[in-house]
Design a protein around this ligand. Structure first.
Ligand SMILES: Nc1ncnc2c1ncn2[C@@H]1O[C@H](COP(=O)(O)OP(=O)(O)OP(=O)(O)O)[C@@H](O)[C@H]1O
Ligand SMILES: [Mg+2]
Length: 603
């Protein structure tokens, strides 16, 4: 079992989660990083005191008021402080890297699990898809940044308070004045961080678009058409337009941030210079020693650096992290579909009857009615064909049946019970098949086929079944001729891989469907990419593949739908005609017209 210490919260993420989230990823590394930072910062404050003593004792030793021992003593401590500050950065890097690696594994695992459970509707929706992408983009980076910056913030505050305290204890009004001046700077930093993250959100949308165009320009998928149509220049221009928009937003955001950081630091530098000048008077009056004056002057410049630059950066980055956590809160609340990530149920359910009753359906976010009061009935063991022009909703029917969308009107009944009352694992055990846009998996041949029977993977007969499935779809001989037979890797990602032709990939997807023992087989254009002989062989095997199963067959090749027990002819999302091939031909309607127009080309 994979260990998951990090979990998505049900309640909104807040400021405390800047520390709680990294700790949940790796307690040890997060705590060690805290200790390292604390020691580093304490040594910085301590250094102010050590430096003051060192300078004062040196001064007195030079005047022969004391011996040199205390000088060496304070000098050694100073060396240790400086030495530690030099190496502590590297030590911190080790802990940060460990935290980053652990966070990467843990958070990605959790995010992937959640993504797998999301409703299909959300994956198609642009806003939620953008949110999913934002949350999934280098979450480990966000986690290390939020912990580092939180520690920095706490320690900067300690250091600032430390320096302020020392100033306050020497000249109280200067201490209070400096403290008050820090507050507006921190508020400006908070606002900047928020603005910066919002700019990033905008940029992400353009980035997604130009990255896609980048794959069109240089990817393997479009290489043939790219060469043939010679469209690179046009796409390149589109790419540049999107890139330019993203660049301008990024540049403006960075410019504003830089101006604000530099502006704050200029203000603080000015103020601290006045304060240092003001400190000269207590020195001349003998209220503070020369050593303390020099140490305080150094401390004040340190303060400038901390408040004007480091603190502004930390607060601004934390504010960005807060926006990330807001996104994470929204992501955690995204609707999940129970069981959608689970394998098919092991309980086999017989399907005696399947019915669409006045089903109406629009794709989420669109108003176009794709299925319009669609009604039909399917009986156990029957072979049914769906035919109709492009875009009439044939594939949409298969998507509703397999539970990808559940927001339809009317009823879809399996054995008289509404489809939505069945769990996803139950539906997966009922339907199997071949989608029109079937997937090509860049894994081995046998793994490609075995995915169709995920519950039987470990069974010894699985190997023979894979072989039989490959024989059924007419791919066995070709696969046996490959260098590693069924173990040959496909695609172009793994070593010694080979690629298949379009038709071979389709046969492989069909073999996956053959592997499944589900009682209802849905085949959406299963032979669209096959040569005539392979297609005709496939129909001969079809008897074998569909024996004892209910079959829903979608095809534009009407010769192949002739054998169906019942044919449904779709127009504009509803059934226009139905019957056997003979019935429909006698009706001289749309089917007869389509059949005749296809037949003409063969005669
Ligand atoms: N994910 C989607 N979001 C929005 N509209 C969609 C989506 N998928 C399909 N459509 C629309 O639904 C309509 C029906 O599509 P469908 O894929 O069901 O047609 P089809 O009958 O299978 O066509 P074909 O014969 O070309 O495969 C089309 O007009 C299409 O534009
Ligand atoms: Mg289709």
């Amino acid at each position: 079992m994979r260990e998951k210490a990090f979990k998505l919260k049900k309640t909104p993420y807040g400021w405390l989660d800047f520390i709680a989230v990294p700790f949940s990823c790796d307690y040890g590394a997060a705590a060690a990083l805290g200790v390292q930072k604390l020691l580093t910062d304490l040594s910085a404050v301590f250094q102010v005191v050590v430096m003051a003593n060192f300078l004062d004792y040196t001064n007195r030793a030079l005047k022969a008021e004391t011996g040199w021992e205390p000088v060496f003593y304070w000098f050694s401590i100073l060396v240790v402080c400086v030495g530690w500050r030099r190496i502590s950065f590297r030590v911190g890097c080790i802990f940060t890297e460990r935290l980053r690696i652990r966070a990467e594994a843990q958070i990605n695992m959790v995010l992937t699990d959640k993504r797998a459970r999301l409703s299909y509707r959300l994956i198609e929706n642009e806003d939620s898809w953008n949110l999913i992408n934002r949350v999934s983009e280098k979450p480990e980076h966000q986690v290390t940044i939020m912990l580092q910056r939180s520690y920095n913030l706490i320690l900067y505050i300690i250091r600032i308070l430390g320096v302020l305290y020392i100033v306050f204890s020497q000249v109280w009004w200067i201490g209070i004045l400096t403290f008050i001046l820090c507050i507006p700077l921190i508020l400006i930093s908070l606002k900047n961080g928020e603005k910066n993250y919002n700019a990033k959100k905008q940029v992400a949308e353009y980035e997604r678009r130009y990255q896609y165009l980048g794959t069109v320009l240089s990817g393997r998928e479009a290489v043939n058409e790219r060469t043939l149509f010679g469209y690179s220049e046009k796409v390149n221009k589109d790419w540049y337009d999107q890139y330019e928009k993203a660049r301008v937003i990024k540049w403006n955001a960075n410019l504003k941030l830089a101006c604000s950081v530099r502006g704050s630091s200029a203000v603080v530098t000015l103020i601290s210079s006045f304060i240092i000048i003001a400190l000269i008077f207590p020195v001349t009056r003998g209220q503070i020693s020369v050593g303390m004056f020099i140490a305080l002057a150094t401390g004040m410049y340190d303060l400038v650096n901390m408040v004007g630059i480091e603190l502004t950066k930390a607060v601004s980055q934390l504010s960005q992290c807060r926006e990330y956590l807001k996104d994470l809160t929204e992501f955690a609340a995204l609707e999940e579909v129970k069981g959608v990530d689970e394998p098919p149920s092991k309980e086999q359910m017989e399907v005696n009857e399947l019915e669409f009753r006045d089903v109406c359906f629009c794709y989420p976010g669109t108003a176009n009615m794709i299925l319009n009061r669609l009604s039909f009935k399917i009986k156990r063991g029957g072979h049914y064909a769906f035919v109709g022009a492009n875009g009439t909703g044939k594939t949409t029917i298969t998507k509703l049946l397999t539970g990808l969308y559940d927001q339809y009107e009317g009823e879809i009944l399996i054995n008289g019970k509404e489809l939505r009352t069945y769990s996803h694992p139950q539906l997966k055990a009922v339907f199997c098949g071949l989608y029109q846009d079937f997937a090509k998996y860049y894994i081995s041949v046998e793994e490609n086929v075995a995915l169709g029977a995920i519950n039987r993977l470990s069974q010894p007969e699985c190997e023979t079944e894979i072989e039989n499935a490959l024989k059924t779809v007419g791919l066995y001989e070709e696969i046996s001729g490959l260098p590693y037979g069924e173990k040959t890797n496909l695609g172009k990602i793994r070593e010694n891989s080979v690629d298949l032709s379009g038709g071979q990939w389709q046969k492989l997807a069909m073999a996956r469907a053959v592997m499944s023992k589900a009682p209802v087989l849905i085949l959406d254009e299963p032979t669209a990419a096959l040569d005539p002989i392979s297609e005709s062989n496939m129909y001969e095997e079809f008897e074998d593949i569909s024996r004892g199963r209910t079959t829903l067959f979608i095809s534009h090749r009407l010769g192949s739908t002739k054998l169906a027990h019942q044919i449904f002819v779709l127009t504009e999302g509803h059934i226009q005609e139905t019957g056997t091939h003979e019935d429909l031909m006698k009706q001289h309607g749309l089917y007869a017209e389509m059949f005749d127009s296809q037949r003409r080309w063969y005669q």
